[in-house]
Ligand binder design. Sequence first.
Ligand code: SR1
Ligand code: MG
Length: 415
Amino acid sequence: SFEALTIQTLPIRLAGLDALATHLGPDHSAWKVREVGDGNLNLVFIVEGPKGTVIVKQALPYVRLVGEGWPLPLKRSFFEYHALIRQEARAGKGSVPAIFHFDEAQALIVMEYLSPHVILRRALIDGRELPRIATDLGLFCARTLFRGSDLAMTARERKADLALFADNAELCDITENLVFTDPYFEAKLNRHTPGLEPLVAELRADRDLKVAAQRLKHLFAANAETLLHGDLHTGSIMVTDEDTRVIDPEFAFYGPMAFDVGMLLANFWMAFFAQAGHEEGNSRASMRAYLLRVVWQTWSVFRAEFSRLWRTERTGMLYATSLFEDRGDPLGAEQALDEVLNSLWQDLLGFAGIEIHRRILGLAHNADFETIEDKALRARCEAPALRFGRYLAVNRDRIHSIEEVNGLASRIEKE
Ligand code: SR1
Ligand code: MG
């Protein structure tokens, strides 16, 4: 039966595991354990032994951020494990941490310790310009989203996978409520920075915005298009200048392709709006320009790689080559690709807008804004981000290029 690990019990309880003996050394009394989990849901331990270091991640039967009053099934660890395996197969070795061991009953995963990696969100707050993230993440999204869909999988294989991940309902329920609904009314666990009240009231009275949010929720819940990471924000990515790893896919499920990309770009835009709060005498102008370049390049790489896969790996039942290329009509497949990318583009803008709102108005805020101690300054960073989010969500079918969106971000940020 499940028992949460502690710093004291971990070495004794995991002593018999080959994976740990191999990576740390067999003498468990020589292992040093630290608990480093600062996320919203789980326990995370760094375990260091004479031969090396590993991460042990264990789910808790409740939401850590809120406490035992909000139960959450341990099976999320099962979905995280299965998502990591698929992401590595689809995006390539080195795109996620290597997995050494999984114990379903104890809801624990032993995985590679990434060092000297840091959480991307932290690096962006510190003003670090990571040279690889746009390329690595654009490729990661295109490969996982394309290869996990009916564009590339056999219909039977995808339907089996859809059934496997369908049971991750409680985690989807968190997103359905915390992201798409709670920010738009006075939900109990919501909070926002003092000073934002007039804008918050305006947004919660905004009928077009609420309709857009519900339309996007509908898409999220009903469009089981591909295996998503499901929580692809900058806190779910670890980086060095040379390496990018995506972690934490416990929210994985079959949903709309645009969701992961939209959440990712939203988090870059939030990092952009938060820069004014981290200037402390040093201008962040170059960091702002860098973040907009990252947005531009992530989307460009995504589009190019998705298009390449479309042209070379379209082996699933959708838009079959037998309808187009085999009949000497390659332009038919190109027209279909344009339509698919266009609808993905509009949806990702909507998801991005809603993600920005929930991080400022809902329960789960992000460190980009939260680490700005001066609350008046924080509110001055968050207000333009909220306006930007509203514009994206409501006008997503009238925005035609990433340059247009970045231009809008710059203008709103300066207002
Ligand atoms: C109660 S969980 C709150 C948030 O933390 C996770 O990282 C997800 O983003 C979720 O929405
Ligand atoms: Mg997480």
